[in-house]
Design a protein around this ligand. Structure first.
Ligand code: NAD
Length: 310
């Protein structure tokens, strides 16, 4: 396993990270026994970065991850989130951030998280996040309940607007760097590098779009983006390779991303994704994939408050 430093934090995290939203049945019902075995296998094989949120499965993912990490806590870099507690439930107030972390720590069976992230900040008010949320998170850091703090979201514009006004240790963006779209590389990476902020890339499979199974019902992407994903799957199939593996490898090749978080809940996917650490992508195949995606001019969708889109 290869490890990279997350920005200027002292955290060294595996380039392949364990996204725990599927443990909370984010995509479909998952087997808790298998999910626990997947966590154990991942730790055994050197994956040390685990990402969860109270939002995933409305606390179920945290509860399952906490149980699975019992006895293994010190081997991992654990991150959870605050501010998002349901599909439409957001509260970025200092009081909720503080109380929310206490609840998360109980479910995760630990006294601290290595990274606490404000979740999907484009659904909040920029000034509140800058003046209230982040300072509340810094207080939790001073109390030793979070070693570092960061922000997450879909809108690169919003993430940079916030991090331009208040220092954060890391930024996580999702569905902005993979086989379908790469704008994170041109926009967020130089911004973060200049400020010593760590970058985490989530959803290398575009939240399930670049898989044989395809996207879940609730996926926010327009049909044209789902179709592009299925064209990528078909191009790879014709070449006898698995699109999800090509997609993950593509993300791992971005050197300025500290870790790529892929959603996991089975040992089979842990094994297959670990295999990607050893493989190389064929540049000709990547060119063919780019051609299959090219007809879609705008691969983004609106997320959060209208003033934060982008
Ligand atoms: P993803 O792109 O990682 O896709 C996950 C889906 O792909 C799941 O259904 C999983 O079972 C499946 N999968 C995994 N490996 C596979 C393989 N080898 N072959 C075929 N299918 C495979 O999307 P994601 O789970 O949304 O993102 C990864 C993680 O990133 C999340 O679990 C979460 O921890 C984090 N994340 C955070 C935010 C945020 O903070 N705003 C947003 C999105 C994701």
């Amino acid at each position: 396993m290869e490890y990279r430093q997350l920005g200027e934090t002292g955290l060294r995290i595996s380039i392949l990270g364990f996204g725990a939203s599927p443990l909370g049945n984010a995509f479909r019902e998952t087997d808790p026994v298998e999910g626990k075995a997947a966590v154990h296998l991942a730790v055994e094989r050197g994956i040390n970065f685990f990402d969860v949120s109270p939002y995933y499965g409305l606390t179920l993912a945290e509860t399952r991850l906490g149980e699975a990490l019992e006895g293994r806590r010190e081997k991992v870099v654990l991150t959870t989130k605050c501010g998002r507690y349901g599909a439409d439930e957001f509260d970025f107030s200092a009081a909720r951030i503080t109380a929310g972390l206490e609840d998360s720590l109980k479910r995760l069976r630990t006294d601290y998280v290595d990274l606490l992230q404000a979740h999907d900040v484009e659904f909040g008010d920029v000034q509140q996040v800058v003046e209230e949320t982040v300072p509340a998170m810094r207080k939790l850091q001073e109390q030793g309940k979070a070693r570092y703090i960061g922000i997450t979201g879909y809108s690169l514009k919003n993430l940079m607007e916030i991090a331009g006004q208040v220092k954060v240790d890391s930024i996580l963006s999702y569905c902005r760097y993979n086989l379908l779209i790469t704008d994170m590389e041109a926009k967020l990476v130089p911004f973060a590098k200049k400020r010593g902020v760590g970058v985490i890339n989530a959803s290398p499979l575009h939240m399930g779009i670049i898989t044989e199974r395809g996207a879940p019902e609730w996926h926010p992407a327009p049909q044209a983006v789902r179709d592009a994903g299925q064209r990528v799957v078909a191009v790879c199939k014709a070449r006898g390779v698995d699109a999800s593996e090509v997609a993950l490898r593509f993300c791992l090749d971005q050197p300025d991303v500290a870790s790529t978080l892929v959603g996991l809940s089975s040992r089979g996917h842990v094994e297959r994704n670990l295999k990607c650490l050893e493989m190389r992508n064929d540049p000709e195949l990547l060119a063919e994939i780019a051609k299959a995606v090219a007809p879609v001019k705008d691969l983004t969708w609106p997320s959060g408050r209208a003033e934060n889109y982008g």
